[in-house]
Design a protein around this ligand. Structure first.
Ligand SMILES: [Zn+2]
Length: 224
């Protein structure tokens, strides 16, 4: 069936549209080589007073080809791209960010129910599910609820982003996180406001260590 499927729907590079050999690929070698690796620790914006997580890492910079991939994955539900990005994460985390594997639970950033209804696809939790499966770590995003539907962040400044996120999450069973190490997963790290707010709630629930991992991050919040 693979051969026939390939004939009808030949796999193509999501960036340059070049035809690819394998169905599971989504970038050609030339485009793949242009992805800019990040893999250094991420920081919050200097205006933030409290940081509630221990460390944050991303695989790539959020630019150029990576922007296109994430957009296709998130808004056009190209799960093949999510699988491809998670595969890279599963290969690189043990070498580059081994501390992330010390955790007991993995959670993906939840979407608000009204947003989920209009979109149907929770991209961050798709990523957290795949990564948790790859490392055989428990995934429990269902324990976290987004209780406020935050206005679209692209339109607001950094200070507003942090204000916006306040009280946006609720932990359904806080005991599940008590004395646990938790890894939060999202697609893109921009200001760090969203993950910091969830970290605050997890810390209140008794989490002992909180890490953050995203596929990509904007360059301005990387140290060094
Ligand atoms: Zn290409």
């Amino acid at each position: 069936m693979g051969a026939l499927w390939n004939l009808i729907y030949p796999p193509i590079c999501y960036f340059c549209y070049m035809r690819l050999k394998h169905q599971k690929e989504c970038l050609c070698a030339a485009c793949f080589s242009q992805l800019k690796k990040n893999e250094r620790e991420l920081f919050l914006s200097p205006q933030t007073v409290f940081k509630y997580f221990h460390q944050a890492f991303a695989l790539f910079y959020y630019e150029h080809i990576m922007r296109v991939l994430i957009h296709e994955f998130k808004y056009n539900e190209k799960k093949i791209i999510g699988d491809f990005l998670c595969q890279i994460a599963i290969e690189r985390i043990p070498q580059k960010m081994p501390e992330l594997l010390e955790v007991d639970i993995i959670v993906g950033i939840p979407m608000h129910s009204t947003r989920l209804r209009s979109r149907f696809f929770n991209h961050a939790q798709y990523l957290s599910g795949k990564i948790a499966e790859g490392f055989q770590i428990k995934e429990n995003s269902k324990l976290i609820q987004r209780v406020r539907n935050v206005q679209k962040q692209a339109l607001t400044g950094i200070n507003q982003r942090f204000e916006n996120q306040k009280n946006s999450f609720r932990i359904r069973v806080p005991e599940e996180f008590s004395q646990r190490k938790v890894l939060i997963i999202d697609d893109v790290y921009t200001s760090g406001a969203t993950v910091n707010e969830l970290s605050y709630e997890l810390k209140k629930a008794g989490a002992t260590r909180i890490y953050v991992f995203t596929i990509a991050s904007s360059q301005s919040f990387v140290a060094g």
